[in-house]
Design a protein around this ligand. Structure first.
Ligand code: PMP
Length: 364
C-alpha cells in the first residue's frame, strides 16, 4: 500500500486516490479547459460552473432546501468563530448558548466573548474533555439568540451522535471535522460551517450553509468581507477565491455522489473503519486506552494513550518506519490519534489494526 494511503493525519487529511489522480492531471491542465487549475481566472465561465456544480452537489448530498445559501469562504473555520457572533449576536440582550466540549469549542468561546454576551451552557473541562453532556445536563435557554456547538471535537475524539438544542432557537454548528462524512440533518440548523481540510479537500476553503432568514438581522456596518450577504450576492466570488481548493472539493463531492453513492454509504464506510479500530482498543485489555467515553466516541478521530509517553514515542517511531503517518496526538493533549476521514480506506485501517496488535504483542 502506498504511503499516501496510510495517512492518519488529523488534518489536512487523506483524500481519495481517484481524486488525487484527477488533481495531478488538473495541475497540468483541466481537461475541459486545457489550462492548469492553478492559472485559471476566477472570473472565467469555467469557474462559475465549478461553483454552481459544487453548490448543487452539496445540496443534493444533504437534501438542502432552497432556503439555504451555500457559501465558499476563506479564513478557515476560525474566521467563523467571529463571523457567527458578529452576525447573530448583534444587539442581543440575552446571551447565546455555547457548549465547551473540547479544544476547538474552547477556541470558539474565546472569540465569541469579544462580540457580545454568551453563556457557557456546559463545560467538560473538569472531566478533562473525556465525555460529552447527556440530555439531562443541558438546560437550553428559550431566549438565547442561538446555540453553538462543535459536532466533532477533533483533538479529543468526541462526537455528538444526535442533534442538540431547541427547535425554536437557531442552531449553529462547527462541523469542520465530520462534514459530509455522514448525513447531518442540515435543515435543523440555522448555520453550519466546515473547513475543507478534513473530509472534503485541502485547506483554503470553508463551506458555510446558512438559512436566508438568519441574514436579515445582520448589522449593516460589518466589513464587506465579514458580511455573509456580500458573499451571497457575489456567488462566493467577492474577492479572488481559492480556485484550486474549491475545484478539489468539487471533485470530492463528485466522488461522494458517483463512486461512494451518497452520505448513507459514506457513513457506513466510516462506521466500519471506526468499529474496527475501536475493536482493537477494546480487545487490548487496557493496553490501548481510549480517551473518549464509549458512547461519545468519534468515528473520525480515534484518540488514545499508552501506559507512558515513552511507549507512545516508541509506537510513533515504529509506525513511521512501517509507513503509517500522522498518528501523533494534537500538541495540546499529546498521546496518539488515528484520524479516519472519508479519504482513508478500510484496508488502510486494517493495516493499522494489524500493526497495533503486533506492537502490543511485542511491547506488552
Ligand atoms: N474547528 C474544528 C472542529 C477543527 O478541527 C479545527 C482545526 N482542526 C478548527 C475549527 C480550526 O480550523 P481552521 O484552521 O480552518 O481555522
Amino acid at each position: 500500500m502506498n504511503p499516501n494511503s496510510l495517512n492518519f493525519s488529523g488534518g489536512p487529511g487523506a483524500l481519495p486516490e481517484s481524486v488525487l489522480q484527477q488533481v495531478q492531471q488538473a495541475i497540468i491542465a483541466v481537461p475541459e479547459v486545457g489550462l492548469s487549475v492553478l492559472g485559471i481566472s476566477h472570473r472565467s465561465d469555467w469557474f462559475a460552473a465549478v461553483v454552481a456544480e459544487l453548490e448543487r452537489n452539496i445540496r443534493s448530498l444533504l437534501g438542502l432546501p432552497d432556503s439555504y445559501h451555500v457559501l465558499l469562504l476563506q479564513g478557515g473555520a476560525t474566521q467563523q468563530f467571529s463571523m457567527v457572533p458578529m452576525t447573530l449576536l448583534h444587539g442581543a440582550t440575552a446571551p447565546a448558548d455555547y457548549l465547551h466540549t473540547g479544544y476547538w469549542s474552547g477556541k470558539v468561546l474565546a472569540e465569541a466573548r469579544r462580540e457580545g454576551p454568551i453563556r457557557t451552557l456546559w463545560s467538560g473541562q473538569d472531566s478533562g474533555f473525556t465525555r460529552l453532556p447527556d440530555d439531562g445536563e443541558l438546560a437550553f435557554a428559550a431566549d438565547a439568540p442561538y446555540l453553538h456547538y462543535v459536532s466533532n471535537e477533533t483533538v479529543e475524539g468526541l462526537q455528538f451522535q444526535r442533534v442538540l438544542g431547541r427547535d425554536d432557537v437557531p442552531r449553529v454548528c462547527d462541523m469542520s471535522s465530520d462534514f459530509l462524512s455522514k448525513p447531518c440533518e442540515a435543515e435543523r440548523f440555522a448555520l453550519i460551517y466546515a473547513h475543507a481540510q478534513k473530509n472534503i479537500g485541502p485547506a483554503g476553503v470553508t463551506v458555510v450553509l446558512v438559512r436566508d432568514e438568519v441574514l436579515a438581522h445582520a448589522p449593516d456596518d460589518l466589513p464587506g468581507f465579514l458580511d455573509y450577504r456580500s458573499h451571497v450576492k457575489a456567488h462566493s466570488n467577492f474577492n479572488t477565491p481559492p480556485v484550486f481548493a474549491i475545484y478539489v472539493v468539487l471533485l470530492v463531492t463528485r466522488w461522494l455522489l458517483n463512486e461512494v453513492g451518497g452520505l448513507h454509504n459514506m457513513a457506513a464506510r466510516n462506521a466500519a473503519k471506526a468499529e474496527l479500530l475501536y475493536g482493537v482498543l477494546d480487545a487490548s485489555d487496557g493496553y490501548y486506552r481510549g480517551r473518549a467515553r464509549v458512547q461519545d466516541r468519534s468515528s473520525m478521530n480515534v484518540s488514545f494513550n499508552l501506559a507512558t509517553p515513552a511507549l507512545e514515542q516508541q509506537f510513533l517511531a515504529e509506525a513511521t518506519a512501517a509507513g503509517l503517518s500522522g498518528l501523533g496526538g494534537h500538541r495540546s493533549v499529546g498521546g496518539l490519534r488515528a484520524s479516519l476521514y472519508n479519504g482513508l480506506t478500510l484496508p488502510a485501517v486494517e493495516v493499522l489494526a494489524g500493526f497495533m496488535d503486533d506492537f502490543r504483542r511485542k511491547h506488552a
